[in-house]
Write a new protein. Structure first.
Length: 276
């Protein structure tokens, strides 16, 4: 039976040097050649998926925390934030002098006056040609999947406003928020993939380390947290594996060279039988 594996990026696929370890690349290649499906599951938009991830050969992507799902370059699900909600949110954010971007299926749009925000993205592992500063704001607002916020103050006011109107997640620091439509999560994206492939949930694996992986880890047939994951994720995961900087992913695949089934035995790690 084919399996479907979903990988968070930062802290899961990428180590502290922002690289996919060579051993992980080899194991991903082996899994794909064996006929299993590999997906990236990230809060990032496609514009921020770096070339090293694209070149790793994933079958598809669950992006913008589940608001954008594609398989073999075909979009199979998209959940835009309603224009009215985007418009009202912009008014509130501008009233508290907050910088933000608009993230769509293909690009990221930032007001050119947001110098600090732009400088932040310049040092990130993204495709910088997808960072657009000259655009029709009204047009982009109609197709926004995610909004990222950099708040220097009024955090409580922002949280109070967005809490019951959007799905949101702190990204990196308490000053940063990722905002999507209310019914969005990585779990929703995983569900859409499995439905499209007609594969039962029990044959799915999700790997992550952050709070925005929580729903996905709980939903997948096998939810696996990295050793470097936040406590909340470890508490709900079926298994905790090695640290991302200690070849956690590579070791679980290499040491459990499984055949064609996945099994779990009490007091043992998952044996992910995905050998060719």
């Amino acid at each position: 039976m084919k399996k479907v594996l979903f990988f968070d990026i930062d802290g899961t696929l990428l180590n502290s040097e922002l690289k996919i370890p060579e051993g992980v690349k080899r194991e991903l290649k082996r899994l794909k050649e064996a006929g299993h499906y590999l997906f990236v599951a990230s809060g990032r938009p496609l514009a921020f998926i770096s070339n090293q991830i694209i070149e790793a050969g994933f079958n598809g992507f669950v992006l913008c925390n589940g608001a954008h799902v594609e398989l073999n370059h075909e979009i199979i699900y998209e959940n835009r934030i309603p224009y009215e909600k985007v418009n009202d949110l912009m008014k509130m954010l501008e009233s508290v002098d907050c910088e933000y971007d608009f993230e769509t299926v293909t690009d990221c749009y930032i007001d050119p006056s947001y110098k600090d925000f732009i400088e932040f993205f310049k040092v990130c592992d993204i495709r910088h040609e997808k960072l657009i500063t000259s655009f029709d704001k009204e047009e982009v607002m109609h197709r926004t999947l995610k909004i990222e916020i950099s708040a220097k103050k009024d955090h409580d006011k922002i949280i109070e406003y967005i809490a019951d109107k959007f799905y949101f997640d702190h990204h990196g620091t308490a000053n940063s928020f990722e905002i999507c439509a209310l019914d969005t999560s990585k779990a929703t994206g995983v569900q859409k993939v499995l439905e499209h492939l007609n594969i039962d949930k029990e044959h799915s694996y999700a790997f992550g380390d952050g709070l925005n992986d929580l729903e996905m880890i709980k939903y997948a047939g096998h939810g696996i947290a990295m050793k470097n994951a936040v406590k909340e994720l470890k508490d709900v995961a079926d298994e905790v594996i090695g640290h991302v900087d200690e070849n956690g992913l590579e070791e679980i695949f290499k040491n459990n060279r499984i055949k064609n089934e996945v099994r779990f035995e009490p007091h043992l790690n998952y044996l992910i039988n995905l050998k060719c």
